[in-house]
Design a protein. Structure first.
Ligand code: TRP
Ligand code: ZN
Length: 868
C-alpha cells in the first residue's frame, strides 16, 4: 500500500485564489537530456489574503529563486517536492525562478515530455506544475509570453500559444522563438512543441473577413495524411460562425500530431495537440469510423476555443461545463455534416452501454462531482457523454433558438472568466425566462433514472393518458433522490401509420417533473401505438413491457430513427435472453427482422437496425436483474446470429452484392454502403457457403483499411489457426511501417473471441512493434482485450483478469493516467457471479497492495473495493 492515504479534494471547499498572476514570462531552453525553465511571474495579493505564497510545483529541481531581483536566502522559502512556500511576500511583485526538468525521462506524458523526435506538453488538468512553479488551477488567468530555445538541427520547429513575435539564431547552433498570447488563460491551456516537423498549411477567411493561417505539424512521413483534418477544421470554423455566431480570435491556428498521448487531443489555445490516431487520415491507415471520429475530434477541440478557453472552468469539479457542452456542440456539428439519425443512434448506443455501466458501478459520480482524489480520473463518460445529454435536454426544453441565444448570452457575459455549471444554467434561465431550479439536479445526482410509462386509452373520450413514474436508484454515497426534470418526447402510430397530435405536430414533448405524473392527450381517434423517448430525449432507462406487436409496429413504421432502432434492440434482446433460439426463432421476430431488412431507410441506418445488441449491452441489461454470465450471453447471441444468417442467406447475399462501391471515398453514401455490406458479409459467415473465400478475395483486392479489416477480422474469427496466422503475418509484413495500422492489427488479435486470446495477447506483448510506453499500443492490445473480448477476459481460470492485473502493475507508476483507465473493466466486478467477481477483486486487491501506488490507480482501486 502507498504511504498515507492521498488527500480527497471537496467541491464545497472551494476558495478563491489568494494571488492573481497577471503575466507570465517563460524561457524554456531544451538541451539533450534536460530542460531549463526560467519563469517570471507578476503576482498580486488579493484582498483578504495572508502573507505567504504557496505555489504548485511537482518534482522540479530548483536552481534559482528571487523576488524583484533579490535572491531568496535558504530559509526564505521551502520546497517539499510538491509545493513551494514563501512565508512573506509583498503585495505586488515579480517572482523569478529557474528549474531543471527532464522531459526525456517523463513517462507519465503529463507536463513536458519527449515523444519520438519531438518535445511536447500536456498540461490539462494539473501538468503545468511539472514544468514550473505556478498557481496550477483553472481560475488563475494570465497573459503568457514564451521563449523557446533548442538546437536548430534537432528542433527546427519551435511553437507555443498565440502569435509568433520573433525568431533568431543563438550561439552553438541553437535558435529561439518568442511567442505571445494576448488572451489571458489558465495554465492548463499552455502548450509548447519543439521538434523536426513538417508543416501543412492552408488558410481560412472569417465571416468578418480576417484571414487565419492554419497549420498542421506532423513528422515528415505523415505529411500526406493531413487533408481530412484540415478540411474538418475549416468546416468547424465555418459552422461555429453560422450556428453560434462565434468567430476565431487569432490570426494563427496550429495543430500538432504526436504519437505518445494519454488521450485523444487537447485544446491548448491556438496550439491544439492531437494524438496521431485522431488526426492523421488516408484510405490505407484510417477506417470509415476513423474519418468520422477525426472530423468530430477536430471540431471538438476547435469548439473549445469558446466553450472552455474564452470561458473556462472555475475549478475542476465544473469540468462538464466545458466538456459536456463541447461534446454537445461537436455532436450537433457531426449531425449537420453527416446523417443526424445515424449519429444520434451511435451516440445513444455508446452512452447506454458504457456510461450506464459506469453509473451503475463503484465509480458512479454526478456530472459535477463532489469530490476527487485525482482529477484525471474524472475525465469520464459521465462528465463527457452524460454531461452532453444534460445540455441536449436544455436544448429540447428551451428550443433551438432560445438555446442559441442562451449560449451567446453565456459567452458574452462570462468572456475571459472562470465560471461554474450553475452560471451556464443561469444564462439559459435568463434568456428563456424559465425556472431551471429542479433541472439543476441533473448536475448533482449520480445514477441513471428509470422511467416507466403506463398507457390508458379512453375510446369514448378519445383520450390517451400516459402515467410516467421515475425512480432514481441509489449510488455510492447518494440515496433517496428527488425526481428530475426531463423532456419526454412522444409520438403515436395508428393503424401502422404515424399519427399527428390534435395540434398537427408529430412529436410532443412532455415535461416530467414528478415521481409519478399523468399526462392527458386529447383528440386521439383510436388506441395508438405510443412511440416513447423519441430521439432519446433524456438519458434514462425506459422500463416498458410492450408486447411483440407493438415493437414490430414501431420497427416498421415509426418516424423516429432512435425509436425504430431501440425497438429492434429491445426485441432482439428479448429473443436472445429468452433462449427461444434453441427451438428456432419465432415467426413474429423473423418477420420484424425481415421488415427491417426490407425497409427503405438508407444503408447506414439499416446497418444499425440489423446489428444485434452488443454483448456488452446485453450484459448491462442482464445486470439489472441478475448476475451476468458473459459466456452464456455470447452463446445465445451467436445462435441468434446463426439463425438469422441462414434464414435470410439469399437476402444477405443480395445486400452484399448491391453494396459494392467504386474507388474508395470516405463519404456518407459509401460509408453507409460499406457498413451494410460488411454486416451482410458477417451474417454470411454464419451461413456457411464460401464466406472465407470471399474474405480472402476482399483482403486481396481492397483499396482501403475498412474493407481490409472486415476481411481480416472474418479470417481471424472463422478460419483455421494456420490460415489465420498466414493472413495476420502477411498483413503485418505489408503494414508494419504504419503505426496506426499496426495498432488495428493488435486489436483484431486482442479481440478474437476465443479463450486462448489470453496467451496470444501475452505473446504480442513481446512483439517488437509493441511498446509499453505508447498509450495507443496499450489501448490497442491490453485495453481492447479487457474491454472488448468478454470471452477471453472472463476466462473461468481468471487468466484474463491476471493479464490485466499484470499490465496495470507494470504501468501504474510509469503512466498513472493510462494505468487508472485500464482498471475500468475490473471495477465492474459486482456484476458477475461469485467466482468471477472474487477473481476480479483479487486482482484489485493485489494492485491495492503495491508499493508506491500512484494516486490515480489508488483512487479507482480503493473505490472499487469499498463497495462490499
Ligand atoms: N480537454 C481534452 C478534451 O478535449 C481532454 C484531455 C486531453 C485530457 N489530454 C488530457 C484530460 C490529459 C486529462 C489528461 O477533451
Ligand atoms: Zn474536450
Amino acid at each position: 500500500m502507498r504511504e498515507g492515504s492521498p488527500k480527497t479534494i471537496y467541491r464545497k471547499e472551494y476558495a478563491e485564489p489568494e494571488f492573481a498572476i497577471s503575466r507570465v514570462d517563460l524561457v524554456v531552453s531544451i538541451f539533450d537530456g534536460y530542460t531549463l525553465v526560467s519563469s517570471t511571474l507578476h503576482l498580486n495579493r488579493r484582498s483578504g489574503a495572508g502573507t505567504s505564497l504557496v505555489l504548485d510545483g511537482e518534482g522540479l529541481e530548483l536552481e534559482a529563486i528571487d523576488i524583484d531581483g533579490e535572491s531568496l536566502a535558504a530559509d526564505g522559502f521551502h520546497y517539499d517536492g510538491r509545493q513551494l512556500t514563501i512565508p512573506a511576500v509583498p503585495d505586488d511583485f515579480h517572482l523569478h525562478t529557474r528549474v531543471k526538468i527532464c522531459p526525456e525521462s517523463n513517462s507519465s506524458l503529463e507536463g513536458l515530455y519527449r515523444s519520438r523526435t519531438m518535445y511536447c506538453t500536456q498540461c490539462e488538468a494539473e501538468g503545468f506544475r511539472k514544468i514550473t512553479f505556478f498557481l496550477d488551477r483553472p481560475d488563475v488567468l494570465a497573459e503568457f509570453q514564451v521563449t523557446v530555445e533548442a538546437d536548430k538541427a534537432v528542433c527546427p520547429v519551435l511553437l507555443s500559444n498565440g502569435n509568433l513575435q520573433s525568431t533568431r539564431d543563438l550561439e552553438d547552433g541553437r535558435h529561439q522563438s518568442v511567442w505571445h498570447d494576448p488572451w489571458p488563460k489558465p495554465c492548463y491551456l499552455f502548450a509548447l512543441v519543439a521538434g523536426d516537423l513538417e508543416c501543412v498549411s492552408d488558410s481560412f477567411v472569417t465571416a468578418s473577413g480576417r484571414t487565419v493561417a492554419l497549420h498542421i505539424y506532423v513528422e515528415a512521413k505523415d505529411q500526406n495524411y493531413c487533408g481530412h483534418a484540415m478540411d474538418s477544421l475549416k468546416r468547424s470554423m465555418r459552422w461555429d460562425e453560422q450556428v453560434y455566431g462565434l468567430e476565431y480570435d487569432l490570426d494563427l491556428f496550429n495543430i500538432v500530431a504526436v504519437d505518445d498521448f494519454n488521450m485523444g487531443a487537447m485544446e491548448n489555445k491556438s496550439l491544439n495537440i492531437f494524438n496521431t490516431s485522431c488526426v492523421l487520415a488516408s484510405p490505407d491507415i484510417t477506417t470509415d469510423a476513423g474519418y468520422l471520429r477525426i472530423e468530430s475530434i477536430v471540431a471538438h477541440e476547435y469548439f473549445h476555443n469558446y466553450s472552455g478557453n474564452r470561458v473556462t472552468c472555475r475549478d475542476w469539479f465544473q469540468l462538464s461545463l466545458k466538456e459536456g457542452f463541447t461534446v454537445f456542440r461537436d455532436a450537433q456539428f457531426s449531425a449537420d455534416m453527416n446523417s443526424a439519425g445515424v449519429k444520434r443512434v451511435e451516440d445513444v448506443s455508446f452512452l447506454r452501454t458504457h456510461q450506464f455501466a459506469e453509473d451503475a458501478g463503484p465509480m458512479a459520480h454526478p456530472v459535477r462531482p463532489d469530490s476527487f482524489i485525482e482529477i484525471s480520473n474524472f475525465y469520464t463518460l459521465t462528465v463527457y457523454e452524460k454531461g452532453s445529454e444534460v445540455v441536449r435536454m436544455l436544448h429540447s426544453l428551451l428550443g433551438h433558438e432560445a438555446f442559441i441565444r442562451g449560449a451567446q448570452h453565456y459567452f458574452r457575459t462570462f468572456d475571459g472568466q472562470a465560471v461554474t455549471c450553475d452560471d451556464f444554467v443561469a444564462a439559459m434561465e435568463q434568456v428563456s425566462g424559465r425556472d431551471l431550479t429542479q433541472f439543476r439536479r441533473w448536475y448533482e445526482q449520480a445514477g441513471t433514472p428509470e422511467l416507466a410509462v403506463e398507457e390508458q386509452y379512453d375510446a369514448q373520450a378519445q383520450q390517451l393518458t400516459l402515467t410516467v413514474s421515475q425512480h432514481n436508484p441509489d449510488t455510492p454515497g447518494q440515496s433517496d433522490k428527488p425526481p428530475l426534470h426531463l423532456p419526454l418526447a412522444v409520438g403515436m402510430l395508428i393503424d401502422g401509420q404515424p399519427q399527428a397530435f390534435d395540434d398537427g405536430s408529430m412529436t410532443r414533448t412532455l415535461e416530467v417533473t414528478e415521481a409519478r405524473q399523468s399526462f392527458q392527450i386529447d383528440g386521439v381517434k383510436s388506441r395508438p401505438v405510443v412511440s416513447l423517448l423519441r430521439g432519446f430525449s433524456a438519458p434514462v432507462r425506459l422500463k416498458s413491457a410492450e408486447d411483440d406487436a407493438t415493437l414490430e409496429a414501431l420497427i416498421s413504421a415509426d418516424e423516429d430513427d432512435f425509436v425504430r432502432w431501440d425497438a429492434m434492440q429491445r426485441y432482439a434482446s428479448r429473443v436472445i435472453a429468452s433462449r427461444q433460439q434453441d427451438q428456432g426463432l419465432s415467426p413474429s421476430f423473423l418477420s420484424a427482422f425481415g421488415s427491417a431488412l426490407d425497409s427503405d431507410v438508407d444503408p447506414a441506418m439499416k446497418a444499425l437496425l440489423l446489428t444485434l445488441p452488443s454483448e456488452e449491452s446485453l450484459a448491462d441489461l442482464r445486470a439489472q436483474t441478475d448476475k451476468v454470465d458473459v459466456h452464456e450471453i455470447r452463446a445465445a447471441r451467436e445462435r441468434v446470429k446463426a439463425v438469422l444468417g441462414n434464414h435470410f442467406e439469399d437476402r444477405w447475399r443480395d445486400i452484399f452484392d448491391s453494396c459494392a462501391t467504386g474507388p474508395y471515398q470516405p463519404d456518407g453514401s459509401q460509408i453507409g454502403k460499406r457498413a451494410l455490406g460488411h454486416l451482410a458479409f458477417h451474417y454470411l459467415c454464419y451461413a456457411g457457403g464460401d464466406a472465407l473465400g470471399t474474405a480472402q478475395q476482399m483482403l486481396a483486392k481492397a483499396d482501403n483499411l475498412t474493407d481490409r479489416l472486415a476481411a481480416l477480422r472474418a479470417i481471424v474469427c472463422f478460419a483455421s489457426a494456420s490460415d489465420r496466422r498466414v493472413a495476420l503475418e502477411s498483413f503485418y509484413q505489408r503494414w508494419q511501417d504504419e503505426a496506426l495500422v499496426v495498432n488495428q492489427w493488435f486489436t483484431v488479435q486482442a479481440t478474437r473471441p476465443a479463450a486462448d486470446a489470453v496467451e496470444a495477447v501475452r505473446a504480442l506483448q513481446q512483439h517488437p512493434a509493441f511498446d509499453w510506453r505508447n498509450p495507443n499500443k496499450l489501448r490497442a492490445l491490453v485495453g481492447a482485450f479487457a474491454s472488448a473480448n468478454p470471452v477471453a477476459f472472463h476466462r473461468a481460470d481468471g487468466a484474463g483478469y491476471e493479464l490485466l492485473g499484470d499490465a496495470i502493475e507494470r504501468l501504474q507508476s510509469a503512466n498513472p493516467q493510462v494505468a487508472a483507465r485500464l482498471c475500468a473493466p475490473l471495477t465492474r466486478h459486482a456484476r458477475y457471479a461469485d467466482g468471477a467477481a472474487e477473481a476480479m477483486r483479487r486482482q484489485l486487491q493485489r494492485i491495492a497492495g503495491l508499493e508506491n501506488l500512484s494516486r490515480d490507480v489508488y483512487e479507482v482501486v480503493s473505490r472499487s473495493l469499498e463497495q462490499d
